[in-house]
Design a protein. Structure first.
Length: 574
């Protein structure tokens, strides 16, 4: 591909490189070592979430250099920049988790501003941690310039007492330790070996779930989500991602031509089939929102309900992302789903080909135990289930992968923040049969919709993972397992029914029927509603105040702007 085949007069970068009036602008590029020929090529932003906050991100700079090489070789001029991340594993269990979901919006916004401000024509985005994946994808769909996404890769599993372990085992180890079931020495050994190097958490938690989404949605190259972060094939995929964005530029293929309603249905299908993170039910509506597509929690849940669960992955199953890579990667999962008629085969992808065409050379590997054929699934319906009822008129979500019991009924035990619930678990104050209610942790009420992995893992560590249920208007980590229901809406801060629950009220959950009900009569509920007052937001300045003022409901992705449907001028058309 030759840069001269691109007509700069129709690309955004013409505003900073073409004509006499842009001589001052070009002088900056000469200062950075670009040649005249490079300045007149298409400009491609290569953005990564590289930082030293956590192992998820530390391999991204290396991969970005390879992506830049691919852009350059295919006739473009790469312009590298970075954005933030907030890493959930480190933010977990304290006030820092309020920053996590907010960071998704900051990532998308910061990429948008960098791309807009410098008039880049295309984008390669590399992300490695939970909120950075959807944040980068959101910016691609919002800007709608030719773009390719690439996952930075998962961490290799650790080894502890002869078994593969992940960071979730460490969180559960904290619960075992507090219950006297794990020694100080074993907990210390476990924390030292669980995370052996670069990469995102190894189970089918949020990062690996959204990596699968990137391939199923069609905005990442086939196979690019699978290799662990240290694997040298990541550099090959990065180079090819750089080449691919130039092909998209040449062919005029934009992200919203790829991310159609059918493509979002494919993405939801792979989440259900892999027993993926419940956070996908938040991120998929947010991604669709950027395209102006209506695709809320109930739409996602409907697909979850009709999709078989076929990938035996942690936390509900046995295997980790490295095992998926070893048997052929995400294309193996997609091949199984396509063979079973569960994917829209005609959806366009960043290869310029359809899903069906991309999978033509992929044969399902029958000699492995990680991914089952749809004719013999682990369970006939998805590993994630949507709920609705008198306690959740705007829906809720639960991961059922690996669960044997899908119904639960018991008395409520109410807490108005996660710290109080965690303290009660640590002190042994939770009784079998109770339904723990953690509220005022929603998008607006938190603010920030915290994850509750510390609490849920502590329950499992104490051996109570199957004997209690937990519901919240907050979120759960993709590593959470057990009867843990999140995204309950409307949230408590806006007067949803979860705000009106009292200790001892009976709550009934049926993940088979998809119901979540508060078993008290209507007059009593209305009486409580009249006396309820919204608590004051203690965050009256800074980004958390701004977020609380702007954020919408979890049902629609907890988004903070009007989205593609309200768009008048698309950045790609400037």
């Amino acid at each position: 591909m030759d840069a001269r085949t691109f007509d700069k007069s129709k690309l955004p970068s013409r505003h900073v490189t073409e004509g006499p009036s842009r001589a001052p602008h070009r002088s900056y590029y000469y200062a950075m070592g670009l040649t005249e020929e490079q300045i007149h090529r298409p400009f491609v932003g290569v953005v990564s979430c590289w930082n030293e906050a956590a192992p998820c991100n530390i391999a991204l700079m290396r991969q970005a250099q390879s992506a830049k090489k691919g852009v350059d070789e295919a006739g473009g001029t790469p312009r590298e920049f970075c954005t933030i991340t907030v890493t959930d594993g480190i933010a977990m269990g304290h006030q820092g988790m309020k920053s996590s979901l907010v960071s998704r919006e900051v990532i998308a916004d910061s990429i948008e501003l960098t791309m807009r401000g410098h008039c880049y024509d295309g984008m390669v985005g590399l992300a490695g941690c939970d909120k950075s994946l959807p944040g980068v994808m959101m910016s691609m769909l919002r800007l709608n310039v030719p773009s390719v996404f690439m996952y930075g890769g998962s961490i290799m599993p650790g080894r502890f007492h002869g078994k593969d372990v992940t960071v979730v085992d460490v969180f559960e180890g904290v619960g075992q330790h507090s219950a006297g079931k794990m020694s100080d020495e074993d907990l210390h050994e476990l924390e030292c070996v669980a995370c052996p190097g670069a990469g995102a958490c190894g189970g089918q938690f949020t990062a690996n779930t959204m990596a699968c989404v990137s391939e199923a949605l069609g905005i990442a190259l086939p196979g690019s989500a699978g290799a662990p972060a240290p694997d040298t094939s990541r550099d090959y995929y990065a180079v090819e991602s750089g080449r691919a964005v130039m092909r998209l530029l040449a062919d005029g293929i934009r992200p919203r031509e790829i991310a159609t309603l059918k493509a979002f249905e494919n993405a939801a299908t792979i989440v259900a089939a892999t027993g993926g993170s419940t956070n996908a039910a938040l991120h998929l509506p947010a991604l669709a929102h950027e395209c102006g597509i209506e695709f809320d929690l109930f739409d996602v849940a409907a697909i979850f309900k009709r999709t078989p669960y076929i990938a035996d992955l942690k936390p509900g199953g046995q295997y980790v992302a490295k095992d998926v890579f070893d048997i052929g990667g995400v294309p193996q999962i997609m091949r199984a789903l396509l063979d079973g008629g569960y994917l829209h085969e005609d959806c366009l992808t960043v290869t310029g080909k359809t899903i069906k065409q991309n999978l033509e050379g992929v044969k399902f590997n029958a000699g492995q135990k990680v991914v089952y054929p749809v004719s013999n699934p682990i369970s006939p319906t998805g590993g994630v289930v949507g709920l609705e009822g008198s306690l959740a008129p705007d829906g809720a979500i639960v991961k059922v992968a690996g669960m044997k019991k899908l119904q639960f009924q018991g008395p409520a035990r109410c807490f108005d923040c996660e710290e109080d619930a965690f303290a009660a678990v640590e002190k042994g104050e939770i009784r079998p049969g109770e339904v723990i209610v953690i509220r005022y942790e929603g998008p607006r009420g938190g603010p920030g919709m915290r994850e509750m992995l510390s609490t849920t893992a502590a329950l499992y560590g104490r051996g109570m993972g199957e004997s209690v249920a937990l519901i919240t208007d907050g979120r759960f980590s993709g590593g959470t397992r057990g009867f843990c229901i999140g995204h309950v809406g409307p949230e408590a801060a806006v007067g949803g029914p979860i705000a009106l629950v009292r200790d001892g009220d009976t709550i009934a959950i049926d993940a088979e029927k998809g119901t979540l009900d508060l078993l008290i009569d209507t007059p009593e509920l209305e009486s409580r509603r009249k006396s309820w007052k919204a608590p004051a937001n203690p965050y009256q300045s800074g980004v958390l105040r701004k977020y609380a003022d702007q954020v919408g409901p979890a049902r629609r992705g907890a988004v903070t702007h009007a989205g593609g449907k309200a768009e008048v001028v698309c950045y790609a058309d400037i």
